[in-house]
Design a protein around this ligand. Structure first.
Ligand SMILES: O=c1ccc(O)c[nH]1
Ligand SMILES: [Fe+2]
Length: 350
């Protein structure tokens, strides 16, 4: 199926309106040659219709010689903006940046946000954007869960498969993603609908067991056999299982950087329109598979960079791993029970 340009333009108008775009605002459309032309056009037309002053910043693509695959989360940190001070200043001048080329997990993104500029990432295929068009109800639910997470001192995750993971919290902030950038200095991603934080440095510990069907990004694969990760002092120390464990070990060791094993963001999915099955219906080059990160009731954990919140780990290897059927507790509150969101009440999808 395909979204027509008129529909896509109307959707962008809705999301940019939620992102507080109006005649008082300037909007920069950040792109590179690989940006989706339909998305760039729709964002530009919508911002103009909302009365904003619109400009485009096009950057020559950046490719690191060691980067593998086309998923934009496969190589994090250095981007087409790295070192391009003039372009960064041009972007910092905007009230809102629609990012169609991916700055996420780069220090430059943090520097731009600190100036008060808002960033909305939109790199998924238009049809995926359409299926998960953000709503104010999404924001209400995600913020309700964030109110619990930001006060928590520990997150624990258990599962029938054998996961038994503990992450002391408090050193890092809670990050929410509800699909639009409506506050000064806010980054968000359309589509999304989940929340996360980072474990205190060097304190996460225990075992995470990927069960058959759990998702590994950027591989864009469903695990077909169990993979067991042992975590000590905030780092993955052992990865065991069969072929898929070997594949994960080999991939991570390729970067030849001990920091790739650090536990990065951890949280859970609250988007009922995101589907666990969606990844199986898309090609690997169709975006970054936000369905996997956002599907309702997942436990999403990740490894590698934590520069997004001022952490010291700037490493290019970023694994996002979504587990089903986990029990997730923040302090003593069970928020997800065997993959079903159970609390807080205001975070439940009706
Ligand atoms: O929306 C996103 C996308 C990727 C990621 O690593 C975090 N959040
Ligand atoms: Fe991630």
């Amino acid at each position: 199926m395909a979204v027509n340009q008129s529909q896509l333009g109307q959707m962008f108008e809705q999301v940019l309106h939620l992102s507080k775009v109006d005649a008082t605002q300037s909007v920069a459309i950040l792109k590179s040659h690989y940006s989706d032309a339909r998305t760039v056009q729709a964002a530009t037309d919508a911002a103009l219709r909302l009365g904003a002053k619109v400009y485009c910043v096009e950057l020559p693509a950046f490719n690191h010689p060691t980067a593998m695959g086309n998923d934009m989360t496969a190589y994090c940190g250095d981007t087409a903006l790295t070192g391009n001070i003039a372009a960064q200043r041009a972007l910092e001048a905007a009230d809102l940046i629609v990012d169609t080329m991916m700055l996420l997990h780069s220090p430059e993104q943090e520097q731009i946000l600190k100036t008060g500029t808002r960033i909305l990432l939109a790199v998924e295929p238009p049809e995926v954007l359409a299926r998960m068009l953000p709503t104010e109800e999404d924001k209400t639910r995600v913020l309700a869960a964030a109110a619990v997470l930001e006060k928590a001192r520990i997150m624990t995750v258990k599962s029938q498969a054998g996961s038994d993971f503990r992450a002391p919290l408090g050193q890092y902030p809670t990050v929410t993603e509800y699909g639009y950038a409506d506050e000064p200095g806010r980054w968000d991603h359309w589509p999304s609908g989940f929340l996360f934080t980072w474990p205190n440095e060097d304190q996460a510990e225990g075992v995470l067991v990927l069960e058959v069907g759990d998702i590994l990004l950027p591989f864009k694969s469903y695990a077909r056999e169990r993979i067991t990760l042992e975590i000590e002092k905030g780092f993955v120390t052992r990865i065991h299982g069969g072929f898929e464990a070997e594949y994960l070990r080999d991939y991570m060791s390729y970067f030849n950087d001990p920091e790739v094993y650090g536990i990065s963001h951890i949280g859970w999915g609250l988007q009922p329109r995101a589907q666990w099955t969606a990844m199986g219906l898309h090609d690997k080059n169709d975006g970054m598979c936000m369905d996997a990160r956002a599907f309702y009731g997942n436990f999403l954990f990740s490894t590698g960079p934590n520069t997004e919140v001022g952490g010291k780990r700037k490493t290019p290897c970023h694994m996002d791993i979504a587990l089903r059927r986990c029990d997730i507790k923040v302090d003593d509150l069970l928020v997800v029970a065997e993959g079903q969101v159970v609390a807080p009440e205001a975070s439940l999808a009706r």
